[in-house]
Structure formats: C-alpha cells, structure tokens
Design a protein around this ligand. Structure first.
Ligand code: THU
Length: 153
C-alpha cells in the first residue's frame, strides 16, 4: 500500500482518473445522503469508464459508484482488463473532496473482478486522514475475502 499527502505526488494516470472521478461525482444521484461519489477506471486499451452512486427512496437499493462503474465494464467491454480505479466524493454543496474509502461490498466485487481478469487492479482513494491511498491490488483491500474457491466441490 502506498500513501501520498498530495495528489500531485501520484502518477499522471492516477491523477487523471481522480480528475475523471471528480467530474463524474458531479452527476451522482444522492438526494438522500447528499454524499456524491464518482468512480473512474481505465481499461487496458485506455478506455475510461465512470460511475456515480445511485440512490433510491427505498434506501437499501442504493448502489455505490464503484459497482456502477465496474458492472458497466463487464456489460460494455466483457473481456477488458481494468488497470486502475479511482474513487472520490464530495458532500452536496461542498466543492472540496471528502474522504471516501470503498465499502466492504465494493471491495468484495473488486476482488472478484481482479481474480476474473487474472491481473491486478490498482485502487486510488482518499483516506480518513486526507492521505491518498494507492492499493497495488484490490485483493490488498480485502484480506481473507470470500471467493469462489470456497464453492468448489
Ligand atoms: N457510496 C459509494 O458510492 N461508494 C463508497 O465507497 C461509499 C458509499 C455511496 C452509497 C450511498 O449512496 C452514499 O455513498 C452514502 O453511503
């Protein structure tokens, strides 16, 4: 795991994805939590896919930005490998980024995407102390996570 105090210290691709995730977050549908999240990921061929959180009056139906983006990849580009994913968030009417580290459900989904593609997916997010976190692999974010290995007979 790598930690950076300033966004400028990250590599160019990560900075670009952070920028794209911020742009996406502007279109989040978060009327209930007012917590606007954007995710941006880059595929092997350079394609960028974004997602935003999608809420619903029936609260449990809310979907995180990360999973919206990830499921768009496997729907639109079923065989593509994801190199890196960035996630950022802001509170409604606040311009500044607020810390947002992916929830456990998203980490579980990221881990399965990674194992399916057989190659690491880096994850960039802003930690609670406002440090940028760069995980070299989604698996690093979910030690001892559940996987299909347990289902094998
Ligand atoms: N949310 C995300 O989209 N991603 C995260 O990593 C954390 C939480 C969303 C879900 C919900 O719409 C709102 O943020 C508040 O939890």
């Amino acid at each position: 795991m790598e930690y950076f105090n300033h966004l400028e210290d990250l590599d160019a691709e990560s900075k670009y994805l952070v920028h794209k995730s911020k742009e996406a977050a502007a279109h989040a549908y978060a009327p209930y939590s007012k917590f606007c999240v954007g995710a941006a990921l880059i595929l092997e061929d350079g394609t960028i896919i974004t997602g935003t959180n999608q809420e619903n009056a029936a609260y449990p139906l809310c979907m995180c930005a990360e999973r919206v983006a990830l499921y768009a990849v496997t729907s639109l580009h079923p065989n593509a490998k994801i190199l890196k994913l960035a996630v950022t968030a802001h509170k409604k009417n606040h311009k500044e980024l607020t810390p947002a580290t992916s929830c456990g459900a998203c980490r579980q989904v990221m881990a399965e995407f990674e194992s399916r593609q057989g190659a690491p997916m880096q994850v960039i997010m802003l930690g609670p102390d406002k440090q940028w976190i760069k995980a070299p692999s989604a698996a690093d974010l979910l030690p001892h996570g559940f996987s299909k290995d347990s289902l094998e007979v």
